[in-house]
Structure formats: C-alpha cells, structure tokens
Design a protein around this ligand. Structure first.
Ligand SMILES: *Cc1c(COP(=O)(O)O)cnc(C)c1O
Length: 213
C-alpha cells in the first residue's frame, strides 16, 4: 500500500457511506520515518498534514519540512511550549494539560486548535477522558483563553476485526454531535474505513503509507 492506494480506499469508504470525500482529511502519521522517506512516500503526492506522536522526534523534522503538523501522541505538561508549534493537537487528555497548553498559547499570542482525547474503550493503559468525565472537562477547557476546541479524538482498542470497533467510532461521532464540534479524529491503518463510515473527519494513517506495494 502507498498513499494513492489509501486515498482510493478513503474514497470508496466515502462512497459507501454517502459522504463527500472532501469531508475526510488524511493525516499522514510519520513517526519512525525519516525526512527523506516522508518526502518520498507522502509529500510527493501532495501537502498532507503530518502527524507525530513524540515531541523530541518531531522537532528536527519540523525544522526541515514545511508542512501542517499535527501532534497526536501523549503529551507531557512540561512540553506544552513545544506543542503550541503544532497546527492541531489531537491529544488533550486532562484539564491540567489543557491549562498548560492554554498558558503557552496565550504567551505565544496564539489560539491553539485542539481536540479532546477520549478513552471510549475504557482501557487502563490508554490515555483520554472517560465518557462520564467529558461534560465537566469540556466546560472547563472551553472556558480557557488561548484554546479552541474543534473536536474529539479516540484510539480504538486493538482488534484484528475492524468491524468490532464500529460502536466506538459511532459513539465518538454522537458525542461530537452533542457538543456541536466539527472534527472527529478516528481511524488508523487497520480501521480507517470503518471510522469514515461512522463519521471520521480526520483519519490518522501511518503504516499503510510506508509499506512497499
Ligand atoms: C501511530 C499512531 C497512528 C497511526 O497508526 P498506524 O497503525 O501506523 O496507521 C494513529 N494514531 C496515533 C495516536 C498513533 O500513535
């Protein structure tokens, strides 16, 4: 698989779901790949936003590649000053982290676009708010200056059958609707088509872009 093959599968999933492919943005997850590989496997096909999950790994790549950068991994509060260099942070998973990012964004004179991460599979090893924590967290985070909450994100539990996680994606969409938030970041190499059928607006695809055909 390579990027054009992934785009084709995105379009087919949109067709099945009666959705406009323009509503679904491919975020190319580039963790573990060099600048040269990113140029060859992603940027050669267009200006896709690039997703990274570790600040230390992302910073040197950001210095070399002009792109829209998305932060998708667990974020420590003491890295907030670097996180505000990203166009979109998908992984706000606590009020204290949101406050730290809001502070750094305000210092930088920026409105930081963020998504709140949900742990809908309730997996102890995963990050994100539990569903019942969302109402209070949403109210508190939306009140912070310097942040703009644009949507929700989730990493579905691992399953060899992507259909098994459909209810998780449907739940994320329902919650985004409830808060009238436009962005739903869900779906990875193994399950992005099901995520699109359930309303994903941002799919975070890594492995599938970098495999030889
Ligand atoms: C690595 C990663 C992805 C991409 O996963 P693939 O299986 O490589 O497509 C998506 N989201 C997050 C949060 C990741 O860390």
């Amino acid at each position: 698989m390579s990027l054009p093959g992934v785009l084709e599968r995105i379009q087919q999933a949109c067709r099945r779901a009666g959705r406009n492919p323009q509503e679904v943005c491919l975020v190319a997850v580039t963790k573990g790949h060099s600048v040269a590989e990113i140029r060859e496997r992603v940027l050669a096909f267009g200006d896709y936003p690039l997703g990274e999950s570790r600040i230390q790994e992302a910073l040197p790549k950001m210095a070399e590649l002009a792109a829209q950068w998305h932060f998708i991994g667990p974020l420590q509060r003491n890295k907030a000053k670097f996180a505000v260099r990203f166009d979109l942070i998908h992984s706000i998973d606590s009020l204290r982290l949101a406050e730290a990012v809001a502070r750094k964004a305000t210092e930088a004179g920026k409105q930081q676009r963020v998504l709140l991460e949900l742990n809908l599979g309730r997996e102890p090893q995963k990050h994100g708010f539990l569903e019942e924590e969302l109402p209070e967290a949403m109210a508190q985070i939306q009140a912070l200056p310097g942040l703009r909450v644009e949507g929700l994100m989730t990493v579905a539990p691992y399953s060899s059958d992507p259909q098994a996680v459909r209810p998780i994606f449907a739940q994320l969409s329902r919650l985004a609707d409830r808060y009238q938030l436009p962005e739903r970041s869900m779906g990875m190499s193994g399950d992005f088509e099901v995520a699109i059928e359930e309303g994903a607006t941002l799919v975070r695809v890594g492995q599938a872009l970098f495999q030889p055909d």
